[in-house]
Every structure is written in structure tokens, then in C-alpha cells.
Ligand binder design. Sequence first.
Ligand code: PLP
Length: 392
Amino acid sequence: MSEKSFLTKVVHAGEDTTKHEGALSVPIYNASTFAFTDADEGRAIHNYEKPGYFYGRLGNPTQEALENAVAELENGESGIAFASGMAAISAAVLSLIKTGEHIVALSSMYSTSSMLFQQISEDLRIFVTFIDATDSENYKNAIRPETRMFWVETPSNPGLNITDISAVTDIAKENKITTVADNTFATPFNQNPLDLGTDLVIHSATKYLGGHSDLTAGVLIGKSTELVDRVYKKGVKLLGGGIAPQVAWLVLRGIKTLALRMKQDNENAYAIANMLQSHPKVKEVFYPGLETHENHEIAKKQMRGFGGMVSFDVGGIEEGKRLINNTKLCSIATSLGGVETILQHSASMTHSTLSKEEREKAGISDGLIRLSVGIEDKKDLIRDLEQALEKV
Ligand SMILES: *Cc1c(COP(=O)(O)O)cnc(C)c1O
């Protein structure tokens, strides 16, 4: 089959008009339980010998449509939808890694993922080495006989650091290590980690896949169904973090405009990053699309576009607060990936409980602003940021 354009794929992903009476919008199946025709069918479906549904926690047709849609967009064999990005992340880690085994992860990454890794090393003795992932050799140097997983997040949250996915997965394959990529920032519009060699890709669907700041969800997609089934049997069945059908439907609807939104986000963010780079009040800009980004060449190699997230440094805590307090169009909010532009000042908001030293270790300088660029007109966004920068 010839490869369809991504613009076409997102509109039809997961669609199967032989099901659901041909409904073009997959119905929301609210059922928490499904009846069998007889005992033998009940046994066959429970034992996964026959396809079907039996209990809400374990799957539902609306959820399955979403899983098929994202699997198609990420070029994976199958996937699982979860109640949040963290439900997907914790299910992947706790299903695939045992006590005594070892994970290599980034020292600067989504803060709750970091906290999860720290917590499991304290509570479950799953060992984690945190590395600077901008150099793929650091993954290799951290390998121990018990290493089972490489965790990748590129571009990373909030520093927009880039990891060379192919280089890391080459090292992983030589050492029989499973690689998982958090592709939340890039989205499948800009980057497909499975095509670059990872075994699993996860998303916080709360962000770009949903795209409208109106839901919390996560997805996990695998190159092989065998690996996804391992996560399903423990991470979904036992840990119970599956998505609700109403939310699955909202994510499906969001995905239909993913390509349009990302096109606009890529364009807006690139323009804003360039404006910030030449602004006297801005010390440094972190955007993988800028030639000055330390791993711009790697970003160019593995991404089709550079995404809607831009970070920049305005100096110190007070400057950071003044900037966000003076924007009018851009809202002060955590989260990202919605149609509206939001920004946060990490040192005084999300990371305010950490010491300056701890913040620096996590890649958060005092003046760091994280901007999630929306789909508004870039001229309006630039004007708003410029007038706020005047007041810094
Ligand atoms: C938000 C986010 C998560 C967590 O997702 P939730 O839906 O909030 O649980 C994981 N990774 C990254 C990169 C994120 O931005």
C-alpha cells in the first residue's frame, strides 16, 4: 500500500466503517460489562482465544479505536490507552522491570517521570542511573549486566534537549535492552521513535493528541504486539489504569486535527524562537529548530518539524516572574499542547519546592520560561511576548 500523507492519516486513523453501523465518529461505549452468548464463548473471550470484550477495565470498543489510531500514526503494531501519561509510563516500567534490574534515564526530563524513577529505586530496588542524554555514549557507559531499559525523552521537558534516538537504540539492541521513548513533545506529526528503533513509544495524550486542554490521558504503542501484551497483562489488568471510554472518544476527536494544529504550532514556535533569540532581554533560547541549538543537526535528522515547545531564559527568578505576570494573551498555566498559548516559570511554579542546586541538576535555571505555543496568529503572540519582555 502506498504511504498516505500524515494529513490524511490523522483524519482516518483507527476508522473501521465495517464496525459500529458505519458510524464515522466511533460511538462511546459506556458499558462496563459485556454479555456472552454462552459459557464457551465466555471462556474463549476471557482467555483471549476469541476477540471480544468482557469487562470495562480490560478494554472497550471506543478505547480500542483510539489504540488503533495512535498505533497507525506511530507505525506500531498495537497500543494501549491509559487514564494519564503517568499511568502509561508507570505501567510500562512496572510491567517490564523487576527488582534488582536497572534502568538508564535522563537527568533532565519530565519531573514526575523523574520522581517515579527515584521512588521505584527507593521502594522497589529497581536501580536507575540518570545521565546527560544529549550524548548517546552516556547510555552505553551506564550499562550494567542487569540493565533492562533505556528511557528516552526527546525533545525533553522542559529543556528541549535532543537525544539521538537511532544511536541510543543501536546501543540498546547490541545489549538486549528495551528502549522506551516519551514522544509527547514531538508528537507523531514530527517524529516516529519506533521507526528510529525504539521498542515502545508513550505519550501524555493530555497534551498534543487531545490538544484542547480538556482531558487527561496517555497511550503506549509498541513495535511488537508481544511487548504490548506484556504491558497489558500486568499494567492494565493488575494496575488498572485504563482510559475511560468518554475520554478515549475526546482524544480520538482531538487527533483528527493533530496535523493542522502541529503545522501551525511548528510555524509559530519557530517564529517566536527567532524573535526571542534576537531580543536583548533574553539570555538564551532552547528550540531544536534553531541552528544555535546544541543538537540541531540530530534534531534535523530525526524530526520532520521541531514542535510547539520553546524554552528561554530571562535571567533570574524576579525577571521570570515579571515576564509571566505581564503577558496578556499567553496564560500562566502548567501543562502544554493545547490550542491556546500558555507559559510557566518553572523556578517559581512547578519546581519551587526544590533547592537551587536541585533545580540546576534537573536543568531548571532561575530564569527559565517554558512556553507552549498555541495556534493563534503568531503576530499577536509575538506582540504579547514583546510587550511583556519590555517590563522584565
Ligand atoms: C505531561 C507529561 C507527562 C505526564 O502525562 P500526564 O498525562 O500528565 O500523566 C509525561 N511526559 C511528558 C513529556 C509530559 O509533558
